[in-house]
Design a protein around this ligand. Structure first.
Ligand SMILES: [Zn+2]
Length: 168
């Protein structure tokens, strides 16, 4: 059974392994993601997993802006070697980002979008840190032959309704 604080504890220690350090090879990352994709067959499975991972890791009472949350995602993605985040457009509740050298997609020829886990992570992270429920859609993926992956982040209708009701 996974402990309640397993995910939040993951991020607290500066260094987890004494000898090897904390990065794991890209082949194992891809082996995990693509074998889960193969057996689950649906994009929402990996998206929901990524979202759950970020929510369980970063949920707190503190609230930051969408811009700040994206800046933190950029730092995490670069530190963890997930990819290089570039901001394409930034609004208060919507934004577009690109990820270069995606750990999941760079150099992969799949003919379809494959970064569902990353998209879900971004959605969960933004929700955990801003309190805003968002949907994240990968609109272009390097695995489709594009130069970089692109993601749109937009407030879900549910959060928009709450916003209008003054609850956010
Ligand atoms: Zn992608």
């Amino acid at each position: 059974m996974i402990r309640e604080d397993f995910f939040s504890e993951l991020w607290k220690r500066e260094r987890i392994r004494e000898h090897l350090g904390d990065l794991v090879g890209l082949r194992f990352h891809r082996g995990l993601v693509f074998s889960l994709k193969k057996i689950s067959r649906t994009a929402p499975f990996l998206y929901n997993a990524g979202r759950e991972f970020a929510l369980a890791s970063f949920k707190s009472e503190e609230r930051i802006s969408l811009q700040e949350a994206i800046r933190e995602i950029k730092e995490i993605f670069e530190k963890e070697k997930v990819g290089i985040v570039e901001i394409i457009e930034m609004g208060n509740e919507n934004c577009k980002i690109a990820v270069r050298e995606s750990a999941t997609a760079h150099g992969v020829r799949a003919g379809e979008r494959v970064c569902h886990f990353i998209a879900g992570f971004v959605a969960g992270y933004v929700e955990a840190r801003t309190g805003l429920e968002v949907d994240v859609r990968e609109t272009r993926c390097a695995a489709e032959g594009n130069e970089r992956c692109e993601f749109e982040i937009f407030g879900s209708e549910a959060s928009f309704a709450k916003f209008l009701a003054g609850e956010l």
